[in-house]
Write a protein that binds this ligand. Structure first.
Ligand code: ZN
Length: 477
């Protein structure tokens, strides 16, 4: 079966292939760095990571651009309140975003583009729109006139037939129900950062950022543009209007959108007290792998109900998979090869691939892996899993983990919250290895009290030791 994605633009599942060669040119809307990024946004970024990894698994090369919005209303207001420049203010949150992304094992896009580094491209795009008659100015600000673009509404599938021309918004935050002419360039205000432009001093609106940067890096027609469903209207609708008004060509061939995340079946909001950043969850002691797993396990077009029960279950699932990995790599097995198991392993990979090819149906992919692990545990119990079948199982786990990336435990000493709070209670991988080495030496010199003492110390810190013929294995509980 060919790789297929649901395209918001056509509202259909379509076979995906890049336009040119083997390279997928993709743009995703990145974070606005005015605060720590919340877990709902990280659902979208995790979906994009799965998308990246699957495209690469399928042999494509990626040219992926993600913007960082480092100038907007909130940033300007917050920076001013703290007496900082917007550069100082956004630098800390930009750094935090990439630390969080790394804790969740999100692959970095090939190009990361801060908006303030690309103002000339935005100015140029606005000039081209003005030359073609799509804009007007009012009080020094430049607006896009949406009645001048008849296709307006084609992505959100809204009928904007009755829109009033001249009703304007010049904020970066929009009422999702109402279509209005949107701001391309906001006139300079006292005390706000501004840039020079032929149409006056000011700063770019949020939408033009993405159009200008996407086209300057990736050309006039992208293969994939992705984001959360909340961006379909007005942000992506406006990106289409701006870009296609300039070029007369389709802006993106495939539009992929991930659904909302709810917390314990409720909308996440500050007022409900259920608003979580990744750091909040890490501080509560949840493993980043469990968070990543939970975010990735629900197919991206379904609403994800994020619960603490679900997080605990995710941690258990990961532990079962790690136990299985340990079992197939370290148990003594009967010599030879069971062909039926080799075949069953290939089937598991095919079923996993079929799930991911089907619009990234991660639930289907996981089901294939769980069925397989269950069957192999039975085969191990019954002694039909043989020495040379180790490689079959290793290959299945490798395929699974090239997408889900949860098998290798995180070194907690490298997590942002531990660094921030200087939590000395957590042992790093290196410290654990040192203790284990010391324990081994103690046993060799028959200093058993010290060996037991070290084991006790590690258990207290949640580290479980297992003495095997091949040496000592350990894992975090
Ligand atoms: Zn965008």
């Amino acid at each position: 079966m060919a790789l297929r994605f649901y395209n918001t633009l056509t509202q259909e599942l379509e076979v995906f292939q890049p336009l040119q060669d083997n390279v997928v040119r993709m743009y995703t809307c990145g974070p606005t760095v005015y605060n720590f990024v919340h877990i709902g946004n990280f659902r979208t970024f995790t979906f994009q990571d799965i998308l990246r990894r699957w495209l690469r698994y399928r042999g494509y090369t990626l040219d992926h651009v993600m913007n960082v919005t480092d100038v907007d209303d909130k940033i300007i207001a917050n920076a001013a309140r703290q007496g900082k420049s917007i550069e100082q203010y956004t630098a800390a949150y930009t750094k935090a975003f990439f630390e969080d992304a790394s804790a969740l094992r999100l692959q970095q896009p090939e190009n990361i583009t801060p908006a303030t580094k690309h103002i000339p491209e935005m100015v140029n795009a606005i000039e081209r729109l003005s030359d073609k008659g799509f804009t007007y100015t009012n009080d020094g600000s430049t607006y896009f006139r949406i009645t001048s673009f008849p296709d307006y509404g084609k992505l959100s599938h809204n009928d904007f037939g009755g829109i009033r021309s001249g009703a304007r918004v010049d904020l970066d935050e929009y009422d999702k129900a109402d279509a209005r002419d949107f701001v391309l360039w906001k006139a300079r205000k006292n005390g706000e950062p501004y840039w020079e432009a032929p149409f006056g001093e000011g700063r770019p609106g949020w939408h033009i950022e993405c159009s200008a940067m996407a086209m300057s890096y990736l050309g006039e027609t992208l293969d994939i543009h992705a984001g959360g469903v909340d961006l379909i209207f007005p942000h992506h609708e406006n990106e289409i209007a701006q870009s296609e008004a300039i070029t007369g060509k389709p802006f993106a061939r495939f539009w992929l959108h991930s659904e909302h995340l709810q917390i314990e079946s409720q909308k996440m909001s500050k007022s409900l007290g259920n608003f979580y950043t990744l750091r909040d969850l890490l501080e509560m002691g949840y493993q980043p792998e469990a968070i990543r797993y939970l975010l990735a396990s629900v197919p991206y077009r379904r609403k994800l109900n994020f619960t603490f029960e679900g997080l605990k279950a995710a941690a258990k699932t990961i532990e079962r998979l790690r136990d299985f990995e340990l079992r197939v790599t370290s148990t003594k097995l009967p010599a030879g090869k069971n062909e039926a198991i080799t075949e069953r392993s290939a089937d598991a990979i095919r079923a996993f691939e079929a799930g991911l090819d089907d619009d990234l149906n991660t639930a289907e992919g996981l089901a294939a892996i769980f069925d397989y692990v269950r069957a192999m545990n039975t085969a191990l119990d019954e002694g039909t899993f043989q020495e040379e079948n180790r490689w079959d199982a290793a290959r299945v786990l490798e395929v699974f983990d090239s997408i889900f990336d949860v098998l290798k435990p995180t070194d907690p000493a490298k997590l942002p919250v531990v660094q921030a709070s200087g939590n000395a209670d957590v042992l790093s991988d290196a410290e654990i290895e040192n203790y284990i080495e010391e324990r081994t030496q103690a046993k060799k010199s028959r200093n058993f009290p010290r060996a037991d003492e070290i084991r006790g110390l590690l258990v207290e810190k949640g580290i479980v030791l297992e003495d095997t013929k091949e040496g000592v294995r350990w894992k975090r509980k």
